[in-house]
Design a protein around this ligand. Sequence first.
Ligand SMILES: Nc1ncnc2c1ncn2[C@@H]1O[C@H](COP(=O)(O)OP(=O)(O)OP(=O)(O)O)[C@@H](O)[C@H]1O
Ligand SMILES: [Mg+2]
Length: 280
Amino acid sequence: MTAAPVLSVEHLTIRFGGLVAIDDLSFEVAPGDITALIGPNGAGKTTVFNCITGFYKPDIGRLTFRPAAGPEYLLERMDGFRIARAGVVRTFQNIRLFPGMSVAENLMVAQHVPLMRASLFSVAGFLRLPRFLHAETEAVERARYWLDRTDLLAVADLPAGSLPYGAQRRLEIARAMCASPSLLCLDEPAAGLNPRESQALNDLLLSIRDEHGISILLIEHDMSVVMQISDRIIVLEQGRKISEGTPTDVQADPEVVRAYLGVEDEETAVAVLHGEGGHV
Ligand SMILES: Nc1ncnc2c1ncn2[C@@H]1O[C@H](COP(=O)(O)OP(=O)(O)OP(=O)(O)O)[C@@H](O)[C@H]1O
Ligand SMILES: [Mg+2]
């Protein structure tokens, strides 16, 4: 028996005025998989994330989240704060860190909900209840762990905004991981990275999947990332799903090659889909 999907998207539809940005989209994310959402600019990828994480309310559709433990959630009925608490955590296409805070502080802020809960949402926390101290120690340990995993320990005390771009991208992932997600949604984590950094990102995402068993939903234009690490790929064009399958299936699908033809010619589209042409 295969395990129930960690996320089921059913008939998702959202309009902006006259524009149907997402049109009757259905797909699933299997637990412990890296599932990629790809497609040309404006296809609706970020809009899907905005619906899953409560930024937008879909006009139609059901978004069912099933964490490994606990109840099911209907995300379209929840606000963003509760969705994050339930275990769906995202990063943004444009980096959103607190640039003036240190790297370590950015990770502690990500954990403020458990810390506040442990402090009983009151000044009791500051009176150093053992329960709060325990949660605080755990939060520090978790931050240290993810700083280490993302190669940021040495810069923990620097302002986040002073880091090079690639390091800021890694910090975003570390911050998301400190919120202990069941489903990690990454919007173009490889954007602006050089090939060496992209390769390091692949290793990090594979270890998040394999060592931590966390499901990943990945939006990415860099095919050298997508094709190497994805278990399954969903291809969007103008808000509709035009293809779905393994990397090999999708690379060989004439519909996908056609969608990427806007790039230039067929040869270029095929090269791009094999991660040889860089970003689309
Ligand atoms: N809040 C909004 N109001 C109006 N139109 C929007 C809004 N958000 C998205 N759109 C439109 O919906 C469509 C899909 O946009 P979206 O940002 O989801 O694309 P994308 O696939 O993430 O593209 P990219 O690869 O460039 O990031 C676009 O036509 C965009 O202009
Ligand atoms: Mg986008």
